[in-house]
Design a protein around this ligand. Structure first.
Ligand code: NAG
Ligand code: NAG
Ligand code: NAG
Length: 192
């Protein structure tokens, strides 16, 4: 016990100093919040499954190319450099007409010179039930021809404040003529 005493004292001193700096002498723009509103609730793990429809063709596309790929023909097969903006429906079942749960809004860029590898940055904006108006933010790497791709959920809003988690994406169908794809998303998130 005596061996650890100096360590303990130092830790206490550091905690005390930090608390003092933040709450006491801190600048006006920075304040610690004394009563954490999340503290009274316990964190839970939720699992969602839905289908993401990326439609590039037809009269009502939900994805559009906003930056063309690099003109360098060495990377033509991977479309390196291309960026698409998306407003993709999220549905309960793989069929396009099934119940709409929300939309995936954001963009993906073709970020690999060796394969079709995306960087995805999108918000799942939910429009149903208690999730109506809440969002989850996904930012990650998506090598689309791999069977299962994992990407981090880096945050959220509404009921998903302070969220963290991951998604697993697997292609349900892909039309190699139009580029249209339906992808199954399995989402695991910790939230309050
Ligand atoms: C790539 O581009 C170069 C220069 O424009 C051209 O000479 C070459 O034939 C092209 N290669 C392919 C595979 O298209
Ligand atoms: C979701 O919220 C919006 C805005 O508050 C509201 O107009 C809409 O009716 C709600 N939808 C559902 C299904 O609750
Ligand atoms: C598209 O898919 C069809 C059937 O699955 C296949 O025969 C064809 O080679 C594919 N085309 C390309 C360009 O990959």
């Amino acid at each position: 016990m005596t061996k650890y005493f100096p360590c303990l004292l130092l830790t206490l001193l550091m905690v005390f100093t930090q608390t003092f700096l933040v709450t006491g002498e801190g600048p006006a723009f920075l304040k610690s919040v004394k009563r954490n509103p999340m503290k009274t609730r316990t964190e839970k793990l939720s699992h969602f499954r839905f289908y993401w429809h990326d439609i590039l063709s037809g009269p009502n596309p939900t994805a559009m190319k906003i930056i063309p790929p690099s003109a360098n023909n060495k990377t033509a097969a991977t479309a390196f450099g291309q960026v698409n903006m998306i407003d993709d429906p999220l549905t309960e079942k793989p069929e396009a007409g099934s119940k709409l749960l929300g939309r995936a809004q954001g963009f993906y860029g073709l970020a690999s010179q060796e394969e079709v590898g995306l960087i995805m940055a999108m918000n799942f904006a939910f429009t149903t039930g208690k999730y109506n108006g809440s969002t989850l933010t996904v930012l990650g790497r998506n090598a689309v021809f791999e069977k299962v791709r994992e990407m981090p959920v880096i945050g959220g809003s509404g009921v998903f404040r302070f969220t963290r988690g991951y998604v697993k994406a697997s292609t349900h169908s892909f039309d190699n003529k139009t580029g249209n794809a339906v992808v199954e998303y399995n989402v695991h998130v910790l939230h309050f």
